[in-house]
Design a protein around this ligand. Structure first.
Ligand code: FPP
Length: 278
């Protein structure tokens, strides 16, 4: 199946209704999601936190399926941060690791059915070997798929990604004679974990917090951000489509002006009028 063969007809009726409101020519190429709120979801139901994570893993597959049906090329999910690894109780970290293994074991078939390829970013080598083994297995089993690339950020931190990139660049300076004037933005991009993908067009964060939590800091320089109060375990494909609808209402300027806007004639402005209200 090629990337462009549309599977939009597979969307359930409620998602199809939102999709019809979208401009298919201006769909984002890359959506990244900070999945937050599993603990609160469980807490509101007087359940243990791990049940929130379990429901969170269910939500992942719904969203991946919708992404694949609309032909989204890149979907990147913040599944486990370096900070989660360092700061959460060991029992919770161990549970998340087991959940990840189970998720991969149970969903590779579904990924293949949906033409989804799975990859990872982060300091994944520091994860337990049995988790790494499952991750390699899932990546290998889905590597020929040409639809959505699902990237899980695991043991990921954006600052440590930059540290790793600068270390690799320094090695190239030392061993391959890379000159300092050859180091530019493209060269740094080439050393990020995300070198092979475009920057996210849209970053969604669930559960209402207004922060980016050390996620893809370099890559989101011009990304549109959508924050919803909905907790991750309640998030579904339809909510991603609604976020895309909101994204399509925005105007992306990348630091430039609106299309067709005339530039003010500031050259002829007297110095006395340069500062308003003084
Ligand atoms: C935030 O909830 C979420 C995480 C710590 C990790 C996300 C994990 C999942 C969605 C489940 C596993 C994923 C896969 C791919 C199998 P939180 O615990 O920080 O929630 P809280 O802020 O309400 O406490």
């Amino acid at each position: 199946m090629s990337l462009n063969s549309s599977r939009v007809h597979e969307l359930p009726a409620d998602e199809a209704a939102v999709y019809r409101r979208l401009d298919p020519e201006r769909l984002p190429q890359h959506v990244a999601i900070i999945m937050d709120g599993n603990g609160r979801w469980a807490g509101r139901r007087s359940l243990k936190r791990f049940l929130g994570h379990q429901q969170g893993a269910e939500a992942v597959q719904y969203v991946v399926e919708t992404a694949s049906r609309i032909g989204l090329p890149w979907l990147t999910l913040y599944a486990f941060s370096l900070e989660n690894n360092l700061r959460r109780p060991r029992t919770e970290v161990n549970f998340l690791m087991r959940l990840l293994r189970t998720y991969l074991s149970n969903n590779v078939q579904r990924m293949n059915d949906n033409n989804v390829r799975i990859r990872y970013i982060g300091r994944t080598n520091d994860l337990p070997e049995e988790v790494c083994e499952r991750m390699r297995w899932a990546a290998d089993a889905t590597r020929h798929n040409t639809g959505t690339t699902l990237t899980l950020a695991l043991n990921y931190g954006a600052r440590s990604e930059l540290v790793d990139a600068f270390r690799a660049l320094t090695l190239e300076v030392q061993s391959k004679g890379l000159r300092l004037d050859q180091i530019d933005e493209a060269e740094i991009h080439r050393h990020l974990y995300t070198a092979h993908m475009p920057d996210p067009d849209l970053l969604i964060r669930t559960s209402g917090e207004m922060r980016v939590s050390n996620f893809l800091l370099w890559q989101i320089a011009y990304t549109e951000i959508f924050v919803t109060d909905r907790l991750w375990p309640d998030f579904r494909g339809i909510h991603m489509l609604e976020a895309i609808e909101d994204y399509q209402r925005r105007e992306r300027r990348y630091g430039g002006l609106n299309d067709g806007t005339e530039s003010d004639d500031v050259e002829s402005l007297p110095a006395s009028q340069m500062f308003a209200g003084r």
